[in-house]
Design a protein. Structure first.
Length: 459
C-alpha cells in the first residue's frame, strides 16, 4: 500500500516553486493537501484587533479557490480544516495514518513554536506505537536559504551591513524550482482520507461579513503570475526609482507585496523575472532599486528569525522603553482617519477601504502615531496586521519597530514632518481630496481639556 503524506499550506499558497511541495512530491505519490483556518484569527485579541481582517481573508479565500481549481485539474482537492492549527494537524495525521508532513519553515516565532510542538508530540506518540512520521520543511518565503546567510550580530546589525554581506559575498539567489511539473504523477492516486474537511464557501460566508467595497487585487497564484508578467512587460520597472515614493498610482510601485505575503508567488520567481527584464531592456538604477527593496524584505525576514519574540516587545532592541502610552480616543481617531492631519486621514481611509497603503503613506501614518500622537507603536502594528492585504509578520513588525526607534536602526526612530511630506507628495491635495482627508471632527484630539485634569491639592 502507498504511504500517505500531508502537505500543509500556510503562507505559500502556490503550486509553482514551492520547495517543500517539490521535496514531498519526489518521495510520495499519495498526498493530502491541507489548509487550516483558525477561528481565533477572527476574534479581536491582538491589541484589540483581529489577526486577519476582511480584506486579507478575501485574498486568502481567493487564493484557496485558485489552489483548489489547480489541484482539481490534477485529480486532487484542497482539504480545509477549521480549528486550532496544531490540534487539527495532529488529529488529521493520527486519523489518516500520515507517514510524512511537509510545510514551509515558518519565520514567526509563534508559528515556529506551534510547528515544534506538533513535531515533538508526534515524536512522543511514535515512541509508544507506530512507525516514525517524517517531517519536511524548508525556507520558502525568502530569496536565500538559511545556510547561505551568515546570521550573526555583525551582518544583521543594520540593513546596510546585511546588503554588503549579500552583495559583497555575491550570494546567489537560487533559481525557482518546478513543483507543478511533479504533481501530474499523482493523477492516478487521489488520496483516500477519512476527513475531507469543511466547506470553504461556508467559512467564507461566516467570515466575510462586509460586502466588498474596493478590490485592490485578486488573490491567487494565477492572478499573481498575470500581475508580475504584466508589470515586467511594461516600462514601469525602468522608472521605479523616480515613482516609488508616490502615494497613489498602480504603476508607481510594483504592488508585489500582497502576492508575496500570501505566497502566491515566490521572491525567487520575481527575482528571476527582474533579471530577465534587465537582460532584455537593460539594467539601470531603477531596476537595481527593485532588487534593493526585495533585499529590505529579505533583511526583515532573517532579522525576525534572529529577534524571535523581541520583534513584538514594546522595548524591542532598545535599551529603554519608548516614551509613549496608550490614548484610546486618539488611537480610535487615527484608525478612523479623523486626526488633525489630512494626509494621515487620507492614508488611513485608503487602508480601510482597500487594505493597501503606499510605503510612504505607511511611514507617515506610523510616524504620526508614535511621534505626534505619542501612542504605543504595538497598537498601530496590530491594526496594520488586521487591515493590510500584504501583512507579513517580519516586514510589518520590523518596519514598525524601525519607525518607533526600537528596532534594528543604528540612527534611532524616524519622525516624518507631515507638512513637508504633504507638500512633497500631495502638493495639489489630490490624494487628500480623493480619500476625504479633511475632516470636521478632528479637533480636539482628546476630549479631556484642562479643566478635567486633577488639581494639585495644597497640603
Ligand atoms: C509601518 C510599516 C508597515 C509595513 N508592513 C508591511 C507588511 O506587513 N507587509 C509588507 O509586505 N510590507 C510592509 N511594509 C513595507 C512596504 O510598505 C510594502 O512592502 C510596500 O509598500 C508594498 O508595496 P509594493 O509591493 O508596491 O512595494 P515596492 O516599492 O514595489 O517594493 C517591492 C517589494 O519590496 C519589498 N519592500 C519594499 N519596501 C519594503 C520595506 N520597507 N520593508 C520590507 N519589504 C519592503 C516588498 O516585498 C515589495 O513588494 C511596511 C512598511 C511600513 C513603514
Amino acid at each position: 500500500m502507498l504511504q500517505k503524506a500531508l502537505f500543509w499550506f500556510t503562507d505559500d499558497l502556490r503550486l509553482q516553486d514551492n520547495l517543500p511541495l517539490s521535496a514531498l512530491c519526489q518521495n510520495y505519490a499519495d498526498i493530502a493537501f491541507v489548509y487550516v483556518i483558525n477561528p481565533a484569527d477572527f476574534t479581536p485579541h491582538n491589541y484589540q484587533h483581529k489577526a486577519i481582517g476582511q480584506h486579507r481573508f478575501r485574498c486568502i479565500y481567493q487564493s484557496l479557490q485558485d489552489l483548489n481549481q489547480q489541484l482539481n485539474a490534477l485529480g486532487h482537492s484542497l482539504i480545509i480544516l477549521h480549528g486550532d492549527p496544531s490540534r487539527e494537524i495532529l488529529q488529521f495525521v493520527q486519523h489518516n495514518d500520515i507517514a510524512c508532513i511537509a510545510r514551509s519553515e515558518p519565520i514567526g516565532v509563534y508559528e515556529q513554536r506551534s510547528w515544534q510542538h506538533i513535531k515533538s508530540l508526534l515524536s512522543q506518540l511514535q515512541e509508544n506505537n507506530s512507525a516514525p512520521v517524517e517531517f519536511i520543511s524548508c525556507w520558502n518565503h525568502t530569496l536565500f536559504d538559511a545556510d547561505q546567510i551568515d546570521i550573526n550580530p555583525k551582518t544583521m546589525r543594520s540593513f546596510s551591513s546585511f546588503r554588503k554581506h549579500v552583495e559583497g559575498d555575491e550570494i546567489a539567489v537560487n533559481m525557482p524550482s518546478a513543483s507543478l511539473e511533479l504533481l501530474p504523477q499523482l493523477q492516478t492516486s487521489s488520496t483516500n482520507v477519512s476527513n475531507t474537511g469543511v466547506s470553504l464557501e461556508k467559512l467564507a460566508e461566516q467570515y466575510l461579513s462586509q460586502p466588498l467595497k474596493q478590490a485592490f487585487i485578486r488573490g491567487g497564484e494565477q492572478s499573481a503570475k498575470e500581475h508580475v508578467t504584466e508589470y515586467f512587460a511594461s516600462t514601469a520597472p525602468s522608472s521605479y526609482k523616480q515613482t516609488r515614493n508616490r502615494l497613489d498610482g498602480w504603476d508607481s510601485s510594483t504592488k508585489f507585496s500582497p502576492f508575496l505575503a500570501l505566497g502566491n508567488i515566490s521572491p525567487r520567481q520575481i527575482w528571476q523575472q527582474l533579471k530577465d527584464y534587465e537582460n532584455i531592456n537593460g539594467a539601470n538604477e531603477s531596476t537595481y532599486w527593485i532588487g534593493f527593496e526585495l533585499l529590505w524584505r529579505e533583511y526583515f525576514q532573517w532579522a525576525a528569525l534572529e529577534q524571535q519574540a523581541q520583534l513584538f516587545a514594546f522595548k524591542g532592541l532598545a535599551k529603554q522603553k519608548p516614551k509613549t502610552s496608550f490614548y484610546p480616543e486618539r488611537f480610535k481617531k487615527w484608525c478612523e482617519g479623523n486626526t488633525p492631519y489630512p494626509l494621515v486621514n487620507a492614508c488611513m481611509k485608503e487602508l480601510e477601504a482597500t487594505g493597501f497603503m503606499s510605503n510612504r503613506g505607511r511611514q507617515i501614518v506610523a510616524s504620526c502615531l508614535v511621534h505626534e500622537l505619542a501612542i504605543d507603536w504595538r497598537f498601530g502594528a496590530a491594526y496594520f496586521q488586521q487591515q493590510l492585504i500584504d501583512y507579513d509578520v517580519a516586514s510589518n513588525w520590523g518596519n514598525w519597530q524601525y519607525i518607533a526607534g526600537v528596532g534594528k536602526d543604528p540612527r534611532g526612530g524616524r519622525q516624518f514632518n507631515i507638512n513637508k511630506q504633504t507638500a512633497l507628495h500631495d502638493a495639489k491635495g489630490e490624494f487628500i481630496a480623493k480619500w476625504h482627508g479633511h475632516t470636521q471632527h478632528a479637533l480636539p484630539l482628546d476630549s479631556v481639556d484642562y479643566v478635567d485634569w486633577p488639581v494639585k491639592v495644597e497640603e
